[in-house]
Design a protein around this ligand. Structure first.
Ligand SMILES: [Zn+2]
Length: 135
C-alpha cells in the first residue's frame, strides 16, 4: 500500500474524520534505516502505532503499517495483510477477518490515519532532520 491510502478517508468513512481529529499522538520517534523511515508513536496513551516508509515521504511512497488497537486487528488487518503491507503479519494469523471491513478498503484505523497525516504534513521538517542521508 502507499502513504496516500492513509491520507484520505473514502466517502463512506467520512464520519470517521471526527474520530481521527480526537486522536492524541505522543512519544513520536522517527528513525532512518537504510532506505526506510521507521516511524513509531503512541496513540491515546494506549496503542503502539507504526509506519515504515520506503524512500522519501511522498503520497506515492510504499508503506507497511501496524497498530495494536482492536479496530486495526479486526477491521483493517485483513486487507492490509492481503496487500502484504503488515509489519507483523504473524500477529494476525488467527484474528483477521474480512467481515468487518465489508468494502475491503485498503487503509488503516483512525490512529494510523492520524499518524500518517501528521508525517505527511511535517515531511519537510522530518526530512530536513535526516538532511544529508535521504536522497
Ligand atoms: Zn489503531
Amino acid at each position: 500500500m502507499i502513504l496516500q491510502q492513509l491520507l484520505y478517508l473514502p466517502a463512506y468513512y467520512k464520519n470517521r474524520q471526527e474520530a481521527v481529529n480526537t486522536v492524541m499522538l505522543s512519544n513520536l520517534n522517527i528513525e532512518k534505516k537504510e532506505n526506510q523511515l521507521i516511524c513509531n508513536c503512541i496513540a491515546n496513551r494506549k496503542y503502539q502505532v507504526s509506519i515504515i516508509i520506503n524512500g522519501r515521504i511522498q503520497s506515492s511512497s510504499e508503506i507497511m503499517i501496524d497498530c495494536t488497537c482492536e479496530s486495526f486487528k479486526y477491521e483493517f488487518a485483513y486487507t492490509v495483510g492481503r496487500d502484504k503491507s503488515l509489519i507483523y503479519p504473524n500477529r494476525y494469523l488467527k484474528t483477521i477477518s474480512k467481515d468487518k471491513n465489508k468494502f475491503l478498503h485498503l487503509t488503516g484505523c483512525k490512529h494510523l490515519i492520524k499518524f500518517g497525516s501528521y508525517i505527511f504534513a511535517n515531511k519537510i521538517k522530518i526530512e530536513r532532520s535526516f538532511n544529508n542521508v535521504i536522497k
